[in-house]
Design a binder for this molecule. Structure first.
Ligand SMILES: [Fe+2]
Length: 231
């Protein structure tokens, strides 16, 4: 009696056959889960007037969504399909033949992180352990604020400014294009997107005004403290 009549003859694998010959059977598995666009943690108008609903609408609904959609198309049918986003970023970082996948995966990760770095009634100074570390690492909150702002403004072209923890030490760093610090062992606590699409509709070329307003009015120090507590 045939028990495997549902399998095409070419899919039968003899005992001891090389593993790769089993691939056609493996591909019958359910489609791998795709990376999803996470919901915004607030309404599109919640960050106005610092960042308008129009900017958030384009930035989240077009730019961020496109990174996610493009990533899913690029990894479809590859060994990266179904992997968690962070794993895809780590697996493709620095790999010359995976640049497109890395760029879209890292941008998907960076944007998901960025939305959580802001909150409508944000800004001010962090308290607790993070506040103490910030004071000791930078010589006071005002000096941190200045360094974070200047670093964000100084990033030439598209990129990101970050507050990170590295081996217990706080640092301000910047990355170009889609680069993200967590692949080099730094733990991101906060970021500012300085791609023009983040501010151009509201501030045109005045990146410094966007950066300073975001720092002073939107930064979510509770989110940063949660990230710091996990380091
Ligand atoms: Fe962006």
């Amino acid at each position: 009696m045939k028990t495997h009549h549902h399998e095409a003859p070419s899919h039968r694998v003899a005992p001891g056959a090389p593993l790769r010959e089993r691939a056609p059977t493996a591909r019958k598995a359910a489609p791998a889960a795709t990376v999803t666009l996470p919901p915004l943690p607030y309404g599109e108008d919640a960050l106005a007037p610092v960042i308008s609903a129009r900017t958030v609408g384009f930035h989240y609904g077009k730019h961020h969504k496109t990174y996610v959609d493009t990533l899913n198309k690029l990894v479809e049918g590859t060994e990266l399909a179904g992997q968690p986003l962070e794993a895809i970023v780590k697996a493709t970082a620095g790999k010359g033949d995976k640049t497109a996948i890395f760029n879209n995966a890292a941008q998907a990760w960076n944007h998901a992180f960025y939305w959580h770095c802001m909150t409508p009634a944000g800004g001010g100074e962090p308290a607790g352990a993070l506040g103490e570390q910030l004071a000791s690492a930078f010589g006071g909150f005002d000096k941190f604020r200045k360094e974070f702002s200047e670093t964000a403004v100084a990033q030439f072209g598209s990129g990101w400014a970050w507050l990170v923890a590295e081996r217990g030490r706080l640092k301000v760093v910047k990355t170009a294009d889609a680069e993200t610090p967590f692949v080099t062992g730094q733990t991101p606590l906060l970021t500012i997107d300085v791609w023009e699409h983040a501010y151009y509709l509201d501030y045109q070329n005045r990146r410094v005004d966007y950066v300073n307003a975001l720092i002073d009015k939107l930064l979510d120090w509770e989110f940063a403290a949660e990230n710091f507590a996990r380091t």
